[in-house]
Design a protein around this ligand. Structure first.
Ligand SMILES: Cc1cc2nc3c(=O)[nH]c(=O)nc-3n(C[C@H](O)[C@H](O)[C@H](O)COP(=O)(O)O)c2cc1C
Length: 214
């Protein structure tokens, strides 16, 4: 992993400035295990009246890391490829850099080098898979001015479906999921830019063992 030391503002700014608005913000959450192994996965950060939450489902590396360290970083990015790769595997070590705070262990905390912004949160379990998040550090690297790209949104939707495919309860649900994925793939092909189309290829490659082609 890049041992680049990240710097940030000591006091967390208003999180809307860092890209976390009201409702659910889809970000890439980075975590580390107790032994320092970094991990990344897309997660929705829920914002309600300036309080922040994440719902972390059983079975993910993210959940086990949060249980071990009580911390996660929300990385704001519009890179479609990072969403697909982190949802259906892990990112390359080179994609991470480390943030060291004064209270940190030797490991530092992994964030994404290319994130437009990141926020490190302390996590407290509340009930039924819900964690309350308290921001402890924030870094804004880029303020992006970007129009909505339906191709990007479609990659996100197709990726969510891909992560749920394995949990479909019967053939009917699997078929329905594939139909929806094909619908979103068509939008990516029509509206996506280079990075969204690359994300779709990565997605197709990752799910090629699924029963039929997307
Ligand atoms: C856009 C998007 C949003 C997601 N939001 C969540 C979420 O809020 N909570 C969650 O537990 N999983 C969520 N997932 C699914 C996880 O990213 C997925 O299960 C992933 O494989 C977990 O990886 P890990 O085992 O490395 O943590 C989301 C997936 C996508 C594509």
């Amino acid at each position: 992993m890049a041992r680049r030391v990240e710097r940030c503002s000591a006091e967390p700014a208003d999180l809307s400035e860092a890209g976390i608005g009201e409702g659910v913000s889809e970000v890439i959450v980075t975590t580390r295990s107790a032994s320092g192994e970094p991990n990344a996965a897309p997660v929705g950060v829920i914002s309600e009246s300036n309080r922040y939450f994440a719902r972390l489902y059983e079975g993910s590396r993210t959940l086990s890391n949060v249980r071990e360290t009580s911390k996660l970083a929300a990385n704001v990015t519009s890179d479609a490829v990072l969403f697909v790769k982190s949802a259906l595997g892990n990112l390359d070590e080179a994609e991470f850099s480390l943030f060291f705070s004064s209270s940190d262990s030797d490991y530092g905390f992994p964030v994404l080098s290319e994130a437009s912004s990141w926020i490190i949160f302390e996590t407290v379990f509340t009930e039924s898979s819900l964690f309350q998040l308290t921001p402890v550090a924030v870094k804004i690297s880029r303020k992006e001015v970007k129009a909505v790209n339906r191709g990007f949104n479609a990659v996100v939707e197709a990726t969510i479906l891909a992560t749920r495919f394995g949990r479909a309860k019967d053939e009917g649900e699997k078929e329905e999921t594939k139909k929806k994925m094909r619908f979103f793939a068509e939008i990516v092909e029509k509206c996506g830019g280079r990075r969204e189309k690359e994300a779709l290829s990565v997605l197709r490659e990752k799910i090629k063992n699924y029963p039929s082609r997307l």
